[in-house]
Design a protein around this ligand. Structure first.
Ligand SMILES: [Zn+2]
Length: 371
């Protein structure tokens, strides 16, 4: 879930909105302005309902953001990077950079969200208790208390990828000692819950409530997709398990000297030989690495007078793996550093290169061979 609009950073984490968020924001505001507030406070001008609806809706999405920040803070504390938080049609999602290292970490990260929502429910309930005599504050306060409680409880439903499903995965992981078994189990629970939502949605429609029924089916469909992709991800991890970088790396790789211009590089290497990644050296010493993407970042007109050394990723910023690194670990590292390849280094010597493309090719070939 990428963000279409960036809002800024909190605790160093980029916060963004997906375009679909506006739809749910509109729906929540609309139902508050035309349903809830007119019932609570009859005979106000309609502008007042929309204003109250908009403000309450924004506070609701701030609550959702705090729920995701709850996950994120615990993730960072457990050494798991967080790439960003996006709000979208089904609420919020914190993009966790990799799977948690232990069942304990998984449990803490998963439970932090619902606990944050439960705490917010308590805060808004306390606020309601203080302002219950003040007309225009009481109804928003109690609504926000209720919706945060619903958020806490809904997220604890034990179907992956809901938080409850992650808690379940942490428990099965702890008990069986196997991350793979735990994810398979959690993904299965997610599919059961997803079909449950779809089933209840169909009955709701048959019972005459079209909108709520469609909404439940929509949520079920989303959960089903997410559970299925978690399943595929585990299969991938299972396939790559035990395969080391050294088994797959290319040991012949193109080298260029630091003073080569981008123009020469493109004509002599990239176009002629189809190479996409180069180690840069000067007098035989490794200085850095350069990928196709670093080249395309430079405008075409500057190619003749830009040297490889000016655009390469220098050695001190370069991530690398050793031949004994697991392939999955290398993929995670590429994701984290946003690169398509990594040098394979042993005892300060570059042995080869491993690229994302090679890994994908390896997976495709394995599935063609049905092994
Ligand atoms: Zn959550």
């Amino acid at each position: 879930m990428h963000a279409d609009i960036r809002l800024g950073r909190i605790l160093g984490i980029p916060i963004g909105l997906h375009a679909s968020w506006f739809l749910i924001f509109g729906l929540v505001t609309w139902s508050l302005a035309l349903g809830y507030f007119p019932r609570e406070y009859p005979q106000l001008p309609s502008g007042a309902y929309w204003l109250m609806g908009g403000v309450t809706s924004i506070l609701f999405f701030v609550s959702v953001l705090l729920h995701e920040l709850g996950h994120s803070v615990l993730a960072l504390r457990n050494g798991v990077p967080v790439r960003g938080i996006s709000l979208f049609i089904f609420g919020g999602v914190a993009q966790i950079g990799r799977e948690p290292p232990t069942p304990g970490a998984e449990f803490r990260i998963a439970i932090a969200g619902p606990l944050t929502s439960a705490a917010l429910a308590a805060v808004f309930a306390g606020l309601w208790w203080l302002d219950r005599a003040i007309p225009y504050l009481a109804a928003p306060s109690i609504w926000l208390a209720r919706i945060n409680l619903i958020l806490a409880v809904f997220n604890l439903i034990p179907g992956f990828p809901l938080d409850g499903g992650r808690v379940l995965r942490a428990i099965v992981w702890q008990v069986t000692g196997s991350y793979y078994k735990a994810t398979h189990f959690a993904a299965l629970s997610g599919q059961v819950v997803a079909f449950g939502f779809i089933g209840i949605g169909i009955f709701t429609i048959l019972g005459g409530n079209l909108f709520n029924g469609l909404w439940l089916i929509f949520i079920g469909w989303f959960l089903q997709n997410a559970a299925a992709s978690a399943f595929a991800q585990t299969n991938l991890e299972a396939q790559l398990r035990g395969v080391k970088v050294g088994q797959l790396m290319r040991s012949s790789y193109p080298r260029v000297t630091a003073q080569t211009s981008l123009q020469e590089l493109i004509e002599d290497q990239i176009l002629r030989h189809g190479e996409r990644c180069f180690l840069v050296s000067d007098n035989g010493n490794l200085m850095g690495m350069l990928g196709l993407r670093d080249v395309t970042a430079v405008p075409k007109a500057a190619w003749p007078h830009t040297t490889v050394a000016q655009v390469m990723v220098p050695l001190d910023r370069l991530a690398w793996v050793d031949p004994d690194t697991e392939l999955m670990e290398a993929l995670h590292l590429m994701d984290e550093k946003e690169v398509a390849q990594l040098p394979v280094v042993l005892a300060n010597r570059v042995l080869g290169l491993i690229s994302r493309e090679q890994v994908l090719h390896y997976i495709r070939t394995r599935s063609e061979l049905k092994i």
